[in-house]
Write a protein that binds this ligand. Structure first.
Ligand SMILES: Cc1cc2nc3c(=O)[nH]c(=O)nc-3n(C[C@H](O)[C@H](O)[C@H](O)COP(=O)(O)OP(=O)(O)OC[C@H]3O[C@@H](n4cnc5c(N)ncnc54)[C@H](O)[C@@H]3O)c2cc1C
Length: 332
């Protein structure tokens, strides 16, 4: 039994580590070369036990990444710190994603994953006898299981016509970075709701602050736009935009494919749990396929379990997100 994973983000590499622990051979393809940058640096504290389970906790501690006890929400002239727990002792993380994703990838490679960077996929086929073939610019790959961890790009759904259920109006988030050496500013992430939507500002390292801007009604943004509170600082690079419309794939797994992380379902960054979901869904997929190999579980039961688990999770988050936006005056 072997698995081919498309995408070396946190979903793909967490899945790879679980599969390798169960003795399943893994190849990972990514179109980019690593380390590569990615948005999504504020991590929910719930990630800590998972990083311990993935055996990268020691390395994480070695980096002394920034931590925060909660998130400050500004709404209608008031600012409130929402702690992750009552005592303020359960702390989230700020991980520059190039370093974080590389740590996970290094762990997968050290356990035996074969990694092919700069691999562009040209075609995908799934055969009825349970073999997946992926054709790339660097040759073709066969595997008994095909795992799509390609993020919002969703390679497999595009190639195989798997549809998504869209659950929000089209949502685009704009994001960028500024340079700042005042290490105290924005060390606790801040969510600022205004008349047009929300702005997110958080320090991700000694030198960089990241910002996100989302207009629920899809307004355009000026090229050199910056949140008012950052206008005195120097932009680090140009800003970008990403489609973060809420959606879930009609089947998050079936036959011999699994969708994990953002390829399975997406919310906008206001959910602040995208990386947690990527790691958890990757680990769950790896665990279930491990059960298939080790205790010969029934593949139909595995698919039923994975689909129910992901759909229940999505439905809960959907209800929470709708409430949050409605409370702030943006019914989605
Ligand atoms: C602006 C913004 C801010 C965010 N902020 C947060 C935050 O603060 N906290 C949080 O938890 N989440 C946040 N998120 C969400 C978070 O970034 C994602 O949920 C998370 O990165 C998903 O991980 P993944 O492994 O599924 O996909 P990704 O991290 O997107 O990794 C996918 C990988 O697949 C590769 N790939 C894509 N297409 C192909 C292809 N055709 N062939 C081969 N490889 C391919 C890519 O190169 C990439 O390396 C944010 C998202 C955005 C857009």
């Amino acid at each position: 039994m072997n698995a081919l994973i498309i995408g070396a983000g946190p979903a793909g590499t967490s899945c790879a580590i679980q599969l390798l622990k169960a003795g399943i051979e893994v190849s990972i393809l990514d179109k980019q070369h690593f380390p590569r940058s990615a948005p999504g640096e504020t991590l929910h504290p719930g990630i800590e036990p998972l990083l311990k389970e993935l055996d990268i906790w020691k390395e994480i501690e070695g980096f002394s990444f920034k931590r925060h006890p909660g998130i400050i929400t500004e709404f209608r002239d008031s600012a409130k710190l929402d702690l992750y727990n009552q005592e303020g002792s359960w702390e989230g993380f700020q991980f520059p994603r190039d370093t974080f994703d590389q740590l996970l990838l290094d762990q997968a490679i050290s356990l035996g994953a074969k990694f092919y960077s700069g691999s562009k996929i040209t075609d995908v086929t799934l055969s009825s006898i349970g073999i997946a073939t992926v054709f790339t610019n660097s040759g073709s790959f066969n595997a008994s299981f095909f795992i799509d961890a390609s993020g919002r790009n969703a390679v497999l759904p595009k190639k195989l016509g798997i549809r998504y259920k869209q659950q929000s109006t089209p949502l685009f988030v704009h994001f960028g970075y500024v340079e700042s050496e005042n290490t105290h500013s924005f060390s606790t992430p801040r969510m600022i709701w205004d008349a047009d939507g929300w702005i997110w500002v958080s320090r991700i390292s000694e030198k960089l602050i990241s910002w996100n801007r989302l207009y629920p009604f899809n307004q355009k943004i000026a090229k050199n736009w910056l949140p008012e509170c950052l206008q005195h600082l120097k932009p680090a690079g140009s800003h970008k935009a990403a489609d973060v419309t809420w959606r879930i794939a009609e089947n998050v797994s079936r036959s011999n494919y699994f969708l994990i992380g953002d390829a399975a379902f997406t919310f906008d960054p206001a959910s602040s749990k995208g990386v947690l979901k990527a790691v958890m869904s990757g680990m769950m997929c790896g665990y279930l396929l491990g059960q298939l190999k080790l205790v010969k579980s029934d593949i139909k039961e595995i698919h039923a379990h994975y689909n129910t688990w992901m759909n229940d999770w999505f439905s809960n988050d959907l209800a929470n997100m709708k409430n949050m936006y409605a409370e702030k005056g943006f019914p989605i």
